[in-house]
Design a protein around this ligand. Structure first.
Ligand code: UDX
Length: 430
């Protein structure tokens, strides 16, 4: 890490301007602008446990910055933080700064997504820079903007006050997650009524005011951001006594949990109400395609449910490692060999989809990896126990072609939905 001097920043290869170092103190001392990009996980203990963000790493950074800085610095809050965290940073810096040294805090949240991070960085929908409305604050904001102006057009640089910038990051993720929970809620209704959620999503998204993005029904959203940021927002609302607002946003997470459970329950229901001693091939374990990240992945929740129902779950994912898979089950769901002695005998990760599907009673597609669309399902079918089921948690494979092969296919919010939904629809039509 080295201090960024605005004019040095560019994506060309002419001059080297990206350096890596573990000399944190030296890098801070040499820099004009310091990006604080430490993680802010959900608190697991004390006040706000399970909801509030743990900002201890940020505070530690502020202490180190104050300790080693001998010149003025712009400190950029890049981590996703609760609103008013800049206040904490300011106070810690001020209380520990050397004489004659001053700091300006600027909020500049990160909006890039996994799998498309470099594209998002090169061509962002916007860069947000928030600062204090003082002359020094305005100067800091404009200095940071001048860095971004090297590759981002001025109309995409949004400047705000500090608190709007901090809050916008949480709200952006909450809105994205809300769209997914909304379409997932509708997927349950589609299964009950015979509507098709893909068609409904397309029809609704064609309205310019709604737009087509983030309307893909799925087994549930995952990743390290959505749930964490919504719970953080919920906690913030509760802290300010805005209980109705908190409840409103919490429902986005409730709906996501419902969707994950609904998918697992549907597998059990469809397979004659029992998966005990049955082998279920799970295609994909990552929370989305093009990444090996399994944090908060819906696959872990579904795997846990199926294991508890007595199934053997055989996972194939092009990028996920067994170590990260078991770590996620332990970290997020508290499932270890101590709490579930058969864990490593009944949850296996294998090196190919053929191996995963061989002798399986069912396939469950958990991640939308492109390669899953290209498999020879006829061959997979011939090596499976009959009737062979396929549960498509991402609606990515051709259901009618698979039905022709002989599979019993169930998607999300498409024809052949959940047992309960069909029973309810039957009852309603009588
Ligand atoms: C997200 C935000 O998109 C990004 O702006 C922010 O900086 C970090 O959090 P990321 O977590 O990498 O990025 O993934 P994203 O593409 O947003 O997907 C999140 C989850 O939602 C995934 O599990 C994905 O499969 C799911 N999803 C997404 C759906 O189920 N349906 C959709 O239509 C879109």
């Amino acid at each position: 890490m080295r201090g960024l001097v605005p004019r040095q920043v560019s994506f060309c290869t002419k001059s080297q301007n990206l350096f890596f170092s573990t000399d944190v103190e030296g890098a801070i001392a040499a820099a004009d602008i310091i990006f604080v990009s430490v993680n802010t996980p959900t608190k697991t203990y004390g006040i706000g446990a399970g909801k509030a963000a743990n900002v201890k790493n940020l505070e530690l950074c502020a202490r180190t910055i104050a300790k080693v800085s001998t010149s003025d610095k712009i400190v950029v809050e890049k981590s996703t933080v609760p609103v008013k965290t800049a206040e904490t940073l300011k106070r810690v810096l001020k209380a520990n700064q050397r004489p004659g040294v001053s700091f300006e805090i600027v909020s500049n949240p990160e909006f890039l997504a996994e799998g498309t991070a470099v594209d998002d960085l090169r061509n962002p929908s916007r860069a947000l820079v928030g600062g204090d409305p003082t002359p020094e604050g305005r100067m800091a904001v404009s200095t940071l903007c001048s860095v971004y102006e090297h590759w981002i057009s001025r109309d995409r640089l949004l400047t705000t006050n500090l608190w709007s910038s901090e809050l916008s990051k949480l709200v952006a993720n909450a809105f994205l997650a809300q769209r997914i929970s909304s379409i997932n809620a509708i997927s349950a209704l589609c299964e009950a009524t015979g509507a098709d959620v893909n068609e409904v999503g397309r029809a609704v998204g064609a309205d310019k005011r709604i737009g087509p993005y983030f309307l893909r029904a799925s087994v549930g959203f995952g990743g390290s951001c959505f749930q964490k940021d919504i719970l953080n927002l919920v906690y913030l609302c509760q802290t300010y006594g805005l209980h109705e607002v908190a409840e409103y946003w919490e429902k986005v997470v409730t709906m996501n949990d419902y969707q994950k459970n609904r998918f697992a329950k549907n597998i059990v229901g469809r397979m004659f109400n029992s998966v005990t001693s049955k082998r279920i091939a799970m295609l994909g374990f990552a929370f989305k395609k093009d990444t090996g990240d399994v944090r908060e992945t819906a696959a872990a929740y579904v795997a846990k449910n199926l294991l508890e129902e007595g199934a053997t779950v055989v996972v194939y994912d092009p990028k996920v490692t067994a170590e990260s898979m078991f770590m996620e089950l332990e970290y997020t769901l508290g499932m270890t060999e101590a709490t579930f002695p058969e864990l490593k005998k009944r949850l296996l990760l294998v090196g190919s989809h053929e191996e995963a599907c061989k002798n399986a009673h069912a396939i469950a597609i958990m991640t939308e990896w492109d390669e899953f669309k290209t498999y020879n399902y006829e061959e997979l079918y011939s090596n499976m126990v009959k009737p062979a089921f396929l549960f498509d948690g991402r609606n990515i494979v051709d259901h009618s072609a698979l039905r022709k092969i002989g599979f019993e296919v169930y998607g999300i919010g498409t024809r052949g939905g959940s047992e309960e939904a069909i029973a309810a629809a039957g009852a309603a039509s009588m």
